[in-house]
Design a protein. Structure first.
Length: 148
């Protein structure tokens, strides 16, 4: 049996029932909070999660998807990068090839199909800019016990 290891930073809070597809391509920085039932897909390309990132309940982050324009149902892949202090709320879907910028917020239930600018707040299907974040970004979401 071949074992894969995720590259994991320090002081992270990772809740129960996380699913990783090809964990050897998943990189998680320091002091992140990854909530229950999150799917992290490393099959198509690297999935890089920066430092101080908060990922909400039942979020799916994909690096591989089927190409809707393919006659043979081929797949297409793309690296996903989630930069420092990004906050991804519950039940978000992030598609391959997306970068979520430093300090960006993705509202609950959104589908992210394109890059998200740093410090922007996006929401909807597909996600669009709905605001701008004004936080000083000097916190750590790890080890919070407010929600269990």
């Amino acid at each position: 049996m071949k074992l894969f290891k995720v590259r994991l930073g320090r002081k992270n809070t990772i809740r129960l029932y996380i699913k990783m597809l090809k964990p050897s391509s998943v990189i998680i920085g320091n002091e992140c909070s990854i909530n229950q039932k999150v799917l992290l897909d490393g099959r198509g390309a690297e999935l890089i999660i920066g430092n101080f990132v908060d990922i909400g309940y039942e979020t799916n982050i994909w690096t591989l998807e089927h190409d809707p324009h393919s006659n043979t149902h081929d797949v297409k892949a793309g690296k996903v990068i989630i930069e420092d202090y990004a906050w991804i709320a519950s039940r978000v879907t992030v598609l391959p090839g997306v970068t979520i910028g430093k300090g960006a917020v993705v509202a609950a239930g959104s589908i992210v199909t394109k890059d998200v600018l740093p410090m922007s707040i996006v929401g909807g299907v597909p996600a669009k800019i709905i605001g701008e974040r004004r936080s000083g970004l000097n916190y750590s979401p790890a080890y919070k016990t407010y929600f269990r």
